[in-house]
Design a protein around this ligand. Structure first.
Ligand code: ZN
Length: 427
């Protein structure tokens, strides 16, 4: 009785806040667009600039058969259809009303977490907030005193502590080469922090099967880079991508961390100077606190960074430098061998199909992304973005029940690539 009264009171206290903050996506409609050729892709780029309320998801690849999705708010549904028709842009309704779907996923995740006792977490059992992930990271040194270290490298714009975990085999040897993995550069890509947590658990709780990955190498893992944006996807707006720092345009918040890095920053092909675009690069390189923190983490391992892996979703890609140019870096073939190992391991294990190559050629041009910086400035031996598989309605939003399939398959790839790096570049 006491418990249920307390529950009711908590509900009464919390509910209005939640309702006030949470964007429920009532009558938001999702279209699939099928651009045919360059003119259509240019049109989509133009629309994404002119319509800040339309949320374009996915990619316009350099191939003709690509499709992408766009979320349209109810007040612009009619005008959007007129626009598609007037430009003869192939389109179809995928979801009439996004609200019940977003609500169902949110309810599922909250319910799953009722049974989880923090700081113990079940990676496969739910999606966790930034503060829950930090609580888990902070609990690890006590459980693995010789093998892990948690270090805070700085703060997000909204003053969330940004933490990095170092995992070793505990033999006390210093300055081993490093495999550095980050997650959640883009806020809505929820499988990314789950994957980072799964890797941590493989290296710690499943150590007996993964010892050789830690024999001569240390692993450095930062599960959440864009802490404010990620928190915002839990509390306010599920499909948020960028940071939460205001821009020069009062209507448009946030910068794309993955266009804000200071190597070949600022090309219009591959980033945007418009704060309302999803790929807004910021006023200057590294003007986002979160970018500065990740930059400092990368620079901290300069000289022994043999593998930098940035976890994103979605699309099943291993993306190598460069993003900013069609040219290939000097060590491109060596990096391709690592991607080969990952792609082959996954296809053998689950029949999952990945594509790999330079970002510019395989996906689209990017300017100021983290992997170009990791190679161009930090001189990482291998730098790669891994686009994990799509799931859910929009690709970014797997159900809890999808987590196991996605992370176990992806681990097969990450493990094979790490092993290939360790074999090719012995300490
Ligand atoms: Zn991403």
């Amino acid at each position: 009785m006491a418990a249920s009264l307390l529950g009711l009171l908590t509900l009464l206290l919390v509910q209005p806040l939640v309702l006030f903050a949470w964007q429920d996506y009532k009558d938001y409609r999702v279209y699939e667009l099928r651009p045919q050729g360059i003119a259509d892709r240019k049109l989509i780029r133009k629309l994404s600039k002119e319509k800040p309320l339309w949320d374009f998801l996915g990619t316009t690849r350099n191939s003709n058969d690509s499709s992408l999705r766009v979320i349209i708010p109810p007040e612009e549904v009619d005008s959007s259809v007129e626009t598609f028709r007037s430009y003869h842009l192939e389109h179809r309704v995928l979801i009439e009303d996004l609200a019940p779907l977003v609500q169902a996923q949110r309810a599922e995740n909250i319910k799953r977490k009722e049974f989880i006792q923090m700081p113990h977490i079940e990676v496969l059992g739910a999606f966790y907030t930034h503060s829950e992930i930090n609580e888990y990271l902070d609990s690890l040194p006590e459980r693995f005193p010789k093998r892990v270290q948690v270090k805070q490298f700085g703060w997000s714009y909204e003053r969330r502590p940004l933490k990095v975990l170092t995992i070793s085999n505990g033999d006390g040897k210093r300055d081993k080469p490093v495999i550095l993995i980050d997650g959640t550069v883009h806020a809505r890509e929820w499988i990314s922090p789950s994957m980072a947590l799964y890797i941590i658990q493989q290296l710690l709780d499943n150590y007996s099967e993964n010892q050789e990955l830690l024999q001569d190498y240390d692993w450095v893992i930062m599960p959440v880079v864009n802490a404010d944006g990620y928190e915002y996807t839990h509390t306010d707006s599920r499909y948020w991508r960028k940071t939460r720092r205001p821009t020069s345009n009062p209507e448009c918040v946030g910068t794309d961390i993955n266009r804000n890095f200071g190597y070949e920053w600022g090309h219009d092909e591959g980033s945007s100077s418009d704060p309302c675009e999803g790929i807004y690069r910021g006023e200057r390189p590294f003007d986002q606190p979160e970018s500065q923190v990740l930059r400092d983490v990368l620079l901290n391992y300069r000289g022994r960074l043999n593998f930098y892996l940035s976890l994103h979703s979605y699309g099943n890609y291993f993306l190598l430098p460069w993003g900013y140019t069609r040219e290939f870096p000097e060590r491109y073939q060596d990096m391709m061998s690592v991607a080969d190992a990952g792609g082959m391991a996954i296809v053998h294990s689950t029949n999952g199909i990945y594509s790999w190559g330079s970002t510019y050629h395989v996906l689209y041009p990017t300017s100021g992304d983290t992997t170009d910086f990791a190679l161009g400035v930090v001189n990482a031996t291998v730098a790669m973005t891994m686009e994990l598989p799509a799931a859910g309605f929009q690709g970014f939003d797997p159900w809890v029940s999808h987590i196991e399939r996605l992370v176990t398959e992806s681990w097969v790839g990450v493990r094979a690539m790490a092993a290939e790096v360790i074999r090719s570049y012995p300490a």
